[in-house]
Design a protein around this ligand. Structure first.
Ligand code: NIG
Ligand code: FE
Length: 394
């Protein structure tokens, strides 16, 4: 057996583990002070007091700085071409956000080569990693033809196992809605399924209604894809309740929620993934995170990085917005951006630092995770390890 390289990070002033075994003493984040972590191969091998740390091949001294689990960004749309900054500018001078802008990106994406799309995703994934994101979900949805959806997913698959078929993003220009749903649930799904783990539908006025979403998710499930949903982003509607009824692992946006929606989320256990960068970038009201948390709903935070409604790749910005604008505590926000995102992808190997989990860590240039919200806009990431390997200098 080949020797696996081990690394010990000592002198961690404050370590957020998210380890449920440590929450009694360490609160929601399972905090350990004066901590050390040992990484062996791609996994965490040991977590404990710095004074008790075993030796390893490589030693890194954190010098009292904080370490948190790598961010798990469970919602992004990175496979696209073109620029929509003019649409953003128009929005900032009074135009509303509508789903229709998606079609602009579809035209540009179809015209791009596989190499151009791959290079663009690589750039955005690197941008995310440099900001502490170590797991990312990537959706298709700017191809909207059999060929362009399948190749969008093949491009995404080079970067993550968490790929999502979003052929049902909008109905492309020149196609009748019923005809398009038949295409999505038929030949497009067949071409996309080998490259995808998940299937998603934009369930919203101007996109797909609840009945169409139900049919598309059922077809996806028959092809072995698990469902997720964009719902209640721009208006009230039945999307969130559909997600809960179907027992989906997560439903994303959740901006416009009735009391029934909140009750359905609480009783189903479906995770509400909040995407505050979208409200920031569209000047919409933020989702009411406090109402959800107080009702016992599980919450995740993700970037929704996409060229239209929100072009940020920064999970730290999402944490800062969640704290400042959505009344989440700094601990709730970090938990939602790490363990919450992992749960929204039905993963128990990421988002938590405990023996056996993936060695995905972020060293912050700060004494506490609180600085993620306390110092908004400041680049605090001093080091990133992904699957045990340094992805950015510590
Ligand atoms: O999650 N809501 C649907 N899709 C994206 C926006 C896509 C776009 O405007 O290009 C979102 O907000
Ligand atoms: Fe989205």
């Amino acid at each position: 057996m080949t020797h696996q390289v081990s690394t010990v990070i000592t002198g961690i002033g404050e370590l957020a583990t998210n380890d449920p075994a440590r929450t009694e003493q360490g609160g929601l984040l399972g905090l350990v002070s004066d901590a050390a972590v040992v990484l062996e191969g791609s996994r965490v091998a040991w977590v404990g007091a710095s004074a008790d740390a075993p030796a390893a091949d490589v030693q890194v001294d954190a010098g009292g700085r904080a370490v948190v689990p790598g961010f798990v960004d469970s919602h992004s749309h990175l496979v696209f071409a073109g620029d929509r900054s003019a649409e953003f500018e128009a929005r900032m001078t009074g135009q509303p956000y509508t789903a229709g802008g998606i079609r602009t990106t579809v035209a540009r994406t179809r015209a791009a080569t596989d190499e151009q799309l791959t290079a663009h995703v690589a750039r955005l994934v690197a941008e995310m990693r440099a900001q502490g994101t170590t797991t990312v979900e990537i959706k298709s949805g700017y191809g909207l033809s059999v060929h362009d959806e399948a190749r969008s997913l093949a491009v995404a698959r080079q970067f993550t196992d968490e790929t999502t078929f979003l052929g049902a993003h909008v109905v492309p220009a020149g196609t009748a809605p019923e005809e398009y749903v038949d295409l999505v649930t038929g030949p497009m799904l067949a071409a996309a399924a080998p490259h995808a783990r998940w299937i998603d539908v934009f369930c919203e006025d101007g996109a797909f209604d609840v009945d169409q979403a139900r049919a598309i998710l059922a077809a996806g499930s028959d092809s072995g894809l698990r469902g997720r949903l964009h719902a209640n982003q721009l208006t009230y509607g039945g999307g969130v309740r559909l997600a809960c009824e179907l027992g989906l692992v997560a439903v994303d946006h959740c901006t416009f929620l009735s009391d029934d929606d909140v009750a359905a989320l609480a009783s189903s256990g479906t995770i509400a993934t909040l995407l505050p960068g979208v409200e920031f970038s569209t000047r919409q009201p933020y989702p009411d995170a406090r109402r959800l948390l107080d009702a016992g709903v599980r919450v995740a935070l993700a970037s929704d990085c996409n060229p239209g409604s929100c072009f940020t790749s920064s999970m730290a910005l999402c944490i800062a917005l969640a704290v400042r604008e959505m009344r989440m505590s700094p601990a709730e926000a970090l938990h939602a951006a790490t363990a919450g995102g992992a749960a929204a992808l039905d993963r128990d190997d990421v988002g938590v630092l405990a023996p056996g989990t993936s060695a995905d860590l972020v060293l912050l240039d700060a004494p506490s995770y609180v600085h993620l919200a306390y110092r908004p806009g400041v680049p605090l990431v001093a080091g990133v390890w992904q699957a045990g390997r340094p992805a950015l200098a510590g």
